[in-house]
Write a protein that binds this ligand. Sequence first.
Ligand code: ADP
Ligand code: ASP
Ligand code: MG
Length: 311
Amino acid sequence: MKIMKFGGSSVANAENINKVIDIVLEQKINDIVIVVSALGGITDNLVMLANLASKPVCACGEKKKNEESKKLFESICERHDKVIGELIVSEKKMKVLKEISKKYGELEEIIKNISGKELSKQSLDAVMSFGELLSSFIISEVIRERGVPCEFVDSRDIIKTDNNFGNAEVDIKKSYQLISEYFSARGGSAFGGKNYLSVMGGFIASTKNGETTTLSRGGSDYTASLVGAAVDASVVEIWTDVDGLMTADPRKFKDAVLIPEISYEKAEEMALAGAKVIHPRTMKPAKLKNIIILIKNTFNPQALGTKIYNK
Ligand code: ADP
Ligand code: ASP
Ligand code: MG
């Protein structure tokens, strides 16, 4: 079994999502769990939306605030509708749009409830979770549209945390049990059944009482590693928008060079020091199970990437 995580820029629009699906369908391995981030920029938009809604009425007045909030909400919905419009053309389109507007309705309801109140971390998590909930649902439908069986998994059902909203601590024992039970019941070829493909959102989880939590910004990498460790995956792949872990941020330093391989410890150190390409929490679950993490570029899949392992 292998885990393939695709970040925000990899799933930012219809064109990129098609690239992602091509990459997944080219894989030789049979059982794949795809972990996706929100469409690029959507989590920031959701944070803005939550802050705007909860803000007490400003000098500009209630009407202006509501207008701004409505505009932002609609632009978030439009980004997702556009992907559906471009990638789902069969008779299923209406069904998917109907499903998705139910989710928009749920988000709208939460926004209404936090309106004018102080924004709690719990409410912010509930709002932010829609980025991954929407992207994972849409991508699973797009894969099915291509004629490939694929299942949508709500990550909140299988990743359990404490109630430290915004940066929740994962209950590893419980989560590993739920994750491995879930995937073994699916009967993928690793479990003696047919090939298996599923899509789940990164970053989001829930408390034992079912309240939505998040694993800190950029935390989808961590989700991928947790799932990989729980199912003893052969590899956890982190697909992003650069060739791999580099000696410095390539967007800031033109002379940054690729690090082809690195130990878990050094990679974690670099992540803690600001190498955003991999979330610092990602290394531990993989390291404990000796699972290789491979960082790859969605926009340059031929590049070898960075191998993180017990070097
Ligand atoms: P994703 O959305 O795929 O999770 P991120 O934006 O979280 O991607 O991380 C990728 C970005 O990390 C790159 O675009 C790059 O600008 C930045 N980055 C910062 N430091 C490094 C580094 N040392 N090596 C590679 N990328 C880095
Ligand atoms: N969408 C979340 C964020 O922007 C998580 C992630 O992308 O890893 O922080
Ligand atoms: Mg990231």
